[in-house]
Each structure stands twice: as structure tokens, then as C-alpha cells.
Design a protein around this ligand. Structure first.
Ligand SMILES: Nc1ncnc2c1ncn2[C@@H]1O[C@H](COP(=O)(O)OP(=O)(O)OP(=O)(O)O)[C@@H](O)[C@H]1O
Ligand SMILES: [Mg+2]
Length: 807
């Protein structure tokens, strides 16, 4: 490379005025120089400190020197191509023609953007090589007469062979560079012209500027291709070698440098194109958020890596928005250890009492649980699980606990969750992937000082095709594992160990065993009539007054009205429908008051019918009265206890037992056993009849055996033609020898009997101990008949015998 300086002139980088001999006065030159036309074969020259522009390459260029700024502005203004020349010493500020290489690339300035500082940014489209013939003077920037170098013809086997070889090498290099942006790799692969490929590779390759300049100056295409292939092969070799010997450090270092350069260029281009502004602000914001998020070391590193990827990804691309969303998720999670407030037990008790009426046993268990946590905050406390029918206050107790402990409450609905990914998230490779609902709840909570309520954990679908939600939940709840909970989307560990988890369920038996083992089960069986009235009086009426924009002075419900709503318009273990009915009544009142028809409305029991309609629940057991073959059973259901009528009838046949209705296999066995027993009881031959037993929907199949006594009595009643007393309800399992075996759910079942207006309950003798769970007011209102043997039941409910109450 030889560029005999043809003219010696001194150029200042600051004002770019020629200061050499023979020039006109500086002031004159500057005033007129800019507008002086250029000779036909002259170009405005912009020196580049440390980059070689190649034809066919769009490249960002930053100019700072006043002469360069003036040159660029002039070229843009006059829509002229500029010539770009590499300077020999990048450090040198004041360059003269002898400081420059004399071969460069000419091209138009596609964009010109004035930067905030002294730097101005250009996007330059390299078009063709040129050689400087001579530098001219008289302009406030460098001007040179040049000769354009024609693009060589790319023909012949010589070129073809090298082109193929270069392509192959490019493929190898791309394969070895993990951080190569995809679009770039695609673009390079798609190039079909040998000189273009050579130039682009030369421009992208991680080589010294002198080496690049040498390629620029090699006009002969075959030799140029050889040089590029040589350079690229060396790079590929280095990459491969370092990969092979496992010495990744150097490779990484190179990579990083290269990546940095590429990213910087990309940033510049985007900035020039006016696209960068938002993105730069975006990235800056994310960077700050990452710094502020208080992530653990490992996560922080990961986030920074992803931020770099984001910078590389062009805005508008799918990758950009994916990464951005991801980083937003990452930064918005509560990483910082939350300040742990010691639990104030007195305050907790106050809050629990304030929010919920009754539930003394439940509250006591909760306070015990909190006390243990207070004494040993780091300890592995079990997970509370509230089990009970709908509307008994499971969810709202969870909210109370949060309030009592100063934690944030968040609810995760698990009902109907079948896919593990709903809990643990989808990998980011899925389109539209999101974190699972645990991490989502953590983001909503904004702190790990939270109560996370896993609602309806019993309704989680059993695993299957999409993995097992239960095993994911196990990982969430297990103190051994949950300090490193891994969501598929986040792909970094999140510490859940400080979160207080509370589960709710209607039934226990659908909760997988391992999960149940982690839990401390607290039953909420449902409320008595009195409790419901009290809850209504203290909480529900107030809440519904508020909800309907009424003040207590304007409307009220008498206790009799509340009792009537409880008894005649609702039949439930909890208080949800009760609250709804109270709401309906108050809406009606609000209407009257709004229309000015009343000042104050007090609703009494007899006012209800016009508002709520006819009583919805009559005394069913009385309605079904005295038909032989009907007995009233007591069942346990997920929504609390319930009564159910078991109906037996005879049809001509051949001695078969026909079962219809809601019957699990267990129930079938009980029915068969009951029939066998009933036969011996009556001694009647059943060869010419089929016995049909119908059990209506409602009971759970698993509860089947507890209908044994009722089925037996229905059958005996049928066979003897004597009705079963309609004011008696019964539950109990029956053995083949006629012994009455104990059952579960005594409290729910007795509450249900009372709700249905039944006064006498027959229970297995061996359940007598469970009576202590039954609220006193229920015990007082009911009469209990204890059964050892089915004979006891027959004697009391069919035979003409006096009740034998033993409680
Ligand atoms: N003992 C109580 N004292 C005051 N209000 C109560 C009591 N029990 C329940 N409630 C109220 O009844 C309503 C229903 O309770 P909640 O939503 O907690 O029921 P749940 O047990 O979670 O039911 P589900 O199983 O249907 O989710 C709430 O408004 C709650 O405040
Ligand atoms: Mg609930």
C-alpha cells in the first residue's frame, strides 16, 4: 500500500482550515469554501479513525471533528457521495493527507443525526472503491480528486471455486459463533455475488483494520477472495481450536469484543434510523430496574445476560418483545428479602374475632399455628388447609390471617387446573409463554411477606398428558424444595420459603396423599341456624347495606326475618346464599327509598314472601310422609351434610335387586347386604318380585355404606307394609350380621337434619363420642337414638316403641 502524498498541507481537526503554503487567507476560505463547487472527479473526504468501510455495506459512522462534521453536512446538503478513508493512526486528531490510506470507499450518507454531544451520527452506504489521485485545497474540509475502481467481473472457475469455499467457511464460522444474530447469519448466507460476499465478510470479520484495509486495496478479485478466505480460515481455526481444547476464555474474550462491536454498530444504526430512541430508553429503564430489584447474584448475572441479548435484538422483532417481557417479569418479582414483622398474637386474635363470628376451635388452631411460627420463624411449619363446604369462610379466613400478620393476601385459583404448566409456567420458547400462577401471584403480591392462598386444591385435575399439577404443587409447598422453586418461564430459582401458604378444599379425599401429608387440616363443617343468624346480623347485613348504598338508619331486618331467610330460603352449610338473599331484600328496600316511598324500612319475616317469593324449602320429610318403603337417610357431601330419601318398591319379577340413582359400587354392596338382612327380618319370600331401590343424587359414592341403615329400614318397611316415621333421619353402616357400624361426618349430618326440619336422628352407638363436635344448640334441639343393632332401628322407627334417648 503506497500512497505518495502528492501535496503537503497542514489540516487542523478543529476548523479544518488548510494552513499550508499557498492557500488563501483562512477567513476568506471559510466564508466561501463551503459553497464552492467540486470538480467532477472530486469527493468530500471524511477520515475514519478506526473503521474500514466496504462497498455493499451499510455502516454507522460517528464523526466528531469539526472538519468531518462540516464535510458530512455539506455532503448531505448537496446530496453528494462522500469518500471514507481510514487513518493510519487512530489516535491522531489532526490528520493530513499523509495520515490517511489513499484507497477508500465512496457512498452516500443515508442518515445524518445530530447527537447530544459533539458527536454526530451517520449511516453510510458503502458503494464503490476509489483511489485518491490528489488532495485539493480551498474547502473547510478535505476534498480529493479520485478514480473510482470498477467492480471486477466475477466469472470463471477460479472465482467460482473460491466463492464456494468462502461460503463454506462462512457457514463454519457462523456455526462456531453462538452469538451471531440470526438475521445477520441469514443475510450472509443469502449473498450470491463473490465480490459482495468477500466485502461483507471482510467488513464483519474480527480482524485488524490494517488487514481489512489490505483487502479493500486488493482490486484483483481472485487474490481478494484468497485473502478473505485466509483471514476467515484463521478465525475459524482459532475458534475451533479453542473450542476443542476447552480453552473457552480466549474465545469468549474475542467473542465478547466482537459482540460488543456488533452491538455497538447495531445500536448506532438503530439510533440513526430513529428507531433507537425508544429502545435505548427502554433498555436503560430495564437496566435500572435490574439494578434496583435486589436479585440474588446468580439471577442478576442471568438478567444482565438477557439484557445484552435484548440490546442485540432489533426492535419490532419477536425476540425483542419476548426478551423485554421476560425482563419485565424478572424485575417485577419481589427478590429482596421482605422485612419480617414479628407476629403479634394479641393483635392476630383481635383481627380474627373482628372478621369472623364463632369458629372458636378454628381460630384457636390458627393462633396456635401463628404462635409456632412466631417462636420459630425459620422453622418448617406445616401448611394450613381449610376444609369445608362452600361459603363457610375458608377464603375469608385466609384474608384475615393475612391482615392479622400484616401480610399481603393473594389467591391462586387451582380449581380445574389440569396442566402442570399452569402452576410452573411454559418455557419461553413457547409463543406467548408466561410464568405459572404461583410466580404470577408473587408479582401481584410484590413481596414475599405474603399469604398465598391455594384455593380449591382438591379440584386440581389429576395429572395426565400434561404432567402432574400435584407434583408441581408439592414442590411449591415443600419447605425442603421451595426455597429454590423453579418456574419454567423464569428459568431461575425463586425463593418461596418466606411465603405463608394456606390451602382450601371442599373435600380431602381428592387431594393426593403426599400433598395432604404436608398440610395441617382444619375442618370448617358449617354453621347452625343460630350461628348463621348471628353472622348475618353482625356481618352480612352490614356488608349488603354498604353494597346497596344504604345506611343502617334507612333499613333493617328483624331477627325473625333473618331466621326465616335462613330456614325457608336457604339450605346450605355456609352463608353465601344467605348473604345473597339478604342482598335481594335490601335491593328491594333501596328501590323503595330511592323512589321516596319510604323513609325507613324494617323488614320482618312476613315481608319476605312478596320480595323473595314463596318459601323455597318446605319440610320435605313431612311431605314424603308415611309411604311404606321410604326412609330418610343422612349423607355427607362436599357441600356439607344433606338428607336423602331412599325409596324401595316391589315389582313383579324373579327375585332380583334393581338399583337406580346415584350408586357407587360400595353402595351396591350395602344395598345387597341390607336386602339380605331385611329378608331374614321379615321371612317373606321374594322369588316372584324384583326389589327396586332408588338413591337420589347428592351423596358421594364413597359415603355409600353410611346409607346402610336407611336402606335396610326402607326395605323392611316395604316388605312389612309399615311406614318409617317421617320425623326420623338415620345414618350408619350395617354388617351382614346386623350390627350398626360407625360413620363419619356426624356434625355435618346432624346440622343437615336440623336444617331439614327433622327432630330425631338415629346414629351408630359407636359414634356417640363424636357428639362433642356438634354445637350445643343443635344437640339441644335434636333427639338422638343410638343404634347397636338394626333391631334397635326397626323397633324405634317402624315398631310402636318409645324413643330411647341416651345422650
Ligand atoms: N364466621 C363468619 N363470620 C363472618 N362472616 C363469615 C363467616 N363465615 C363466612 N363468612 C362470610 O361468608 C362469605 C363466604 O365465605 P368464603 O368466601 O370465605 O367461603 P369459602 O369457605 O371460601 O367458600 P368456597 O368453598 O365456596 O370458596 C364471606 O363473605 C365471609 O366473610
Ligand atoms: Mg373460597
Amino acid at each position: 500500500m503506497k500512497h505518495p502524498p502528492m501535496q503537503q498541507q497542514m489540516w487542523s481537526a478543529d476548523d479544518a482550515r488548510p494552513q499550508g503554503a499557498g492557500s488563501a487567507g483562512p477567513a476568506h476560505t471559510q466564508a466561501t469554501g463551503a459553497s464552492r463547487p467540486l470538480p467532477q472527479d472530486a469527493l468530500i473526504i471524511i477520515p475514519l479513525r478506526s473503521a474500514v468501510l466496504f462497498p455493499g455495506v451499510l455502516s454507522p459512522v460517528t464523526v466528531g471533528r469539526a472538519s468531518s462534521v462540516a464535510a458530512a453536512q455539506e455532503a448531505v446538503k448537496r446530496e453528494l457521495r462522500a469518500g471514507f478513508l481510514l487513518q493510519r493512526d487512530p489516535q491522531k486528531a489532526d490528520v493530513t493527507p499523509s495520515d490517511l490510506y489513499w484507497v477508500g470507499t465512496a457512498g452516500p450518507i443515508a442518515r445524518y443525526i445530530t447527537g447530544q454531544d459533539a458527536a454526530h451520527h451517520l449511516v453510510v452506504q458503502g458503494e464503490s472503491r476509489f483511489r485518491v489521485l490528489e488532495f485539493l485545497e480551498g474547502w473547510p474540509y478535505m476534498v480529493a480528486r479520485v478514480a473510482m475502481i470498477e467492480q471486477p467481473r466475477a466469472e470463471g472457475p477460479e472465482v467460482e471455486a473460491r466463492f464456494l469455499q468462502l461460503k463454506e467457511r462462512v457457514g463454519e464460522a457462523i456455526g462456531l459463533l453462538p452469538h451471531m444474530p440470526d438475521q445477520l447469519a441469514e443475510a450472509v448466507r443469502g449473498i450470491e455475488s463473490a465480490p459482495a460476499l468477500a466485502d461483507i465478510v471482510a467488513s464483519l470479520i474480527d480482524a485488524k483494520n490494517e488487514e481489512k484495509q489490505d483487502i479493500l486495496e486488493t482490486f484483483d478479485l481472485v487474490r481478494r477472495l484468497d485473502k478473505v478466505i485466509g483471514l476467515l480460515s484463521a478465525r475459524v481455526e482459532v475458534l475451533r481450536l479453542s473450542k476443542e481444547i476447552g480453552d473457552k476464555t480466549r474465545a469468549k474474550f474475542d467473542e465478547r469484543q466482537r459482540e460488543h462491536v456488533l452491538r455497538e454498530q447495531l445500536r448506532q444504526i438503530q439510533k440513526e434510523l430513529g428507531e433507537g430512541e425508544d429502545q435505548a430508553a427502554d433498555i436503560e429503564e430495564l437496566r435500572k430496574a435490574i439494578e434496583a430489584a435486589g436479585m440474588p447474584e446468580e439471577v442478576l448475572k442471568h438478567a444482565e445476560r438477557e439484557l445484552k441479548r435484548l440490546q442485540r435484538a432489533g426492535e419490532g422483532g419477536g425476540e425483542y418483545s419476548m426478551l423485554r417481557t421476560y425482563l419485565e417479569w424478572l424485575t417485577e418479582l419481589p427478590w429482596k428479602p421482605a422485612p419480617q414483622r414479628p407476629i403479634d398474637l394479641a393483635e392476630a386474635r383481635r383481627v380474627l374475632d373482628e372478621d369472623h363470628f364463632g369458629l372458636d376451635k378454628v381460630k384457636r388452631r390458627i393462633l396456635e399455628y401463628l404462635a409456632v411460627r412466631k417462636l420459630n420463624p425459620e422453622g418448617k411449619s406445616p401448611i394450613l388447609c381449610f376444609v369445608g363446604p362452600p361459603g363457610v369462610g375458608k377464603t375469608s379466613l385466609g384474608q384475615s390471617i393475612a391482615r392479622a400478620t400484616g401480610r399481603v393476601f393473594q389467591r391462586v385459583a387451582l380449581g380445574g387446573v389440569h396442566d402442570e404448566a399452569e402452576i410452573r409456567g411454559h418455557r419461553r420458547t413457547y409463543i406467548g409463554a408466561l410464568p405459572g400462577n404461583i410466580i404470577q401471584a408473587m408479582r401481584r403480591a410484590g413481596t414475599t411477606h405474603a399469604v398465598l392462598m391455594l384455593d380449591e386444591i382438591d379440584k386440581t385435575g389429576a395429572g395426565g398428558f400434561h404432567g402432574d399439577p400435584a407434583s408441581a404443587l408439592l414442590e411449591v409447598l415443600d419447605p425442603e424444595q421451595n426455597h429454590k422453586f423453579r418456574d419454567n418461564y423464569l428459568a431461575v430459582d425463586f425463593d418461596l420459603s418466606r411465603v405463608m401458604f394456606i390451602c382450601t378444599a371442599n373435600v380431602l379425599d381428592t387431594i393426593p396423599g403426599p400433598l395432604r401429608d404436608r398440610m395441617e387440616i382444619i375442618h370448617l363443617p358449617g354453621y347452625t341456624e343460630e350461628e348463621k343468624i348471628e353472622i348475618a346480623r353482625r356481618y352480612l347485613v352490614k356488608r349488603q347495606l354498604d353494597a346497596n348504598g344504604l345506611k343502617p338508619e334507612l333499613a333493617s331486618l328483624t331477627d325473625a326475618a333473618l331466621a326465616a331467610i335462613v330456614r325457608d330460603y336457604t339450605r346450605e352449610a355456609g352463608v353465601r346464599n344467605l348473604e345473597r338473599e339478604i342482598g335481594s331484600v335490601l335491593r328491594h328496600v333501596a328501590m323503595q327509598i330511592a323512589e321516596g316511598r319510604a323513609q325507613h324500612v324494617a323488614i320482618d319475616a312476613h315481608d319476605l314472601a312478596p320480595i323473595l317469593g314463596a318459601r323455597r324449602f318446605e319440610n320435605e320429610s313431612a311431605l314424603r310422609a308415611s309411604v311404606p318403603g321410604v326412609a330418610t337417610g343422612l349423607a355427607w357431601t362436599p357441600v356439607g351434610g344433606d338428607i336423602l330419601f331412599i325409596e324401595a318398591s316391589k315389582v313383579p319379577g324373579s327375585g332380583r335387586l334393581i338399583l337406580t340413582g346415584q350408586l357407587g359400587d360400595v353402595m351396591k354392596e350395602s344395598a345387597q347386604a341390607a336386602l339380605t338382612l331385611a329378608k331374614t327380618w321379615t321371612g317373606e319370600s321374594l322369588d316372584k318380585v324384583d326389589v327396586h331401590v332408588h338413591v337420589p343424587a347428592g351423596a358421594t359414592p364413597k359415603d355409600g355404606p353410611s346409607a346402610g341403615v336407611a336402606m335396610f329400614l326402607a326395605l323392611v318397611s316395604l316388605l312389612t307394609g309399615k311406614p318409617v316415621r317421617s320425623d326420623v333421619a338415620m345414618t350408619g353402616e350395617v354388617s351382614l350380621r346386623g350390627l350398626v357400624l360407625p360413620i363419619g361426618g356426624v356434625k355435618e349430618k346432624t346440622l343437615a337434619a336440623l336444617r331439614a326440619g327433622i327432630r330425631i336422628v338415629m346414629l351408630p352407638q359407636r359414634n356417640e363420642k363424636d357428639l362433642e363436635d356438634v354445637p350445643a344448640e343443635v344437640r339441644e334441639k335434636l333427639q338422638f337414638v343410638w343404634l347397636d343393632h338394626v333391631e334397635d332401628a326397626v323397633r324405634f322407627a317402624i315398631g310402636d316403641l318409645k324413643p330411647v334417648a341416651r345422650n
